[in-house]
Design a protein around this ligand. Sequence first.
Ligand code: SAH
Length: 204
Amino acid sequence: MVEEQLIPRGINNQKVLDALSRIERHKFIPENLKKSAYADFPLPIGEGQTISQPYIVALMTQYLGLAGKERVLEVGTGSGYQTAILAELAREIYSVERYDALANKAETVLNELGYKNIKIKVGDGSLGWQEAGPFDRIIITAASPNVPEPLIEQLTDNGKLILPLGGGFGQVLTLIEKKGDKIKTTDICGCVFVPLVGKYGVPN
Ligand code: SAH
């Protein structure tokens, strides 16, 4: 996966490559799909949701530019795979998932793997996680037509937020950087994610 899918497409941050090499992706994949765990496409994880393709996970992580001490908010825990990658590369991870069943399953796997720096809650992540903020980095792994305002507010100065920005049929992976009261926006590439369903995302 690392040699065929990530390195040739420009993932060159060694810490990101090491984390994706180390973490057993198959642990996050439903039993009947395990044979495709390392394949170059997204996979269903239940509740109509998907685990992202490995390359997209690596790309989003690389753009976060983690040095190791950050507090990170993830919106859309899903399988917990991206959560594990973040937990290897930053200090504290807060992750919000809409579906109880997915949050519970992810929490079980992450506990089995021994992570102690992850907190998961069930709720509408488009509101962020006010009590736990502010965050140095925020990653939204579901598509939103706009950048949820509470998430900009919960970002530290010099913080970075990455998300798939756009509507139902395709989005632009977008990096938001906050510097004082300025917001810099960088388009990265086209992508397709399930929707961010919530108050500041797609209405339920
Ligand atoms: N990072 C995940 C990808 C999961 S897909 C992984 O590696 O497996 C996106 C997830 O976002 C889904 O599980 C979906 O239920 C969740 N989601 C959608 N809207 C949400 C919201 N408003 N708050 C929290 N989670 C949300």
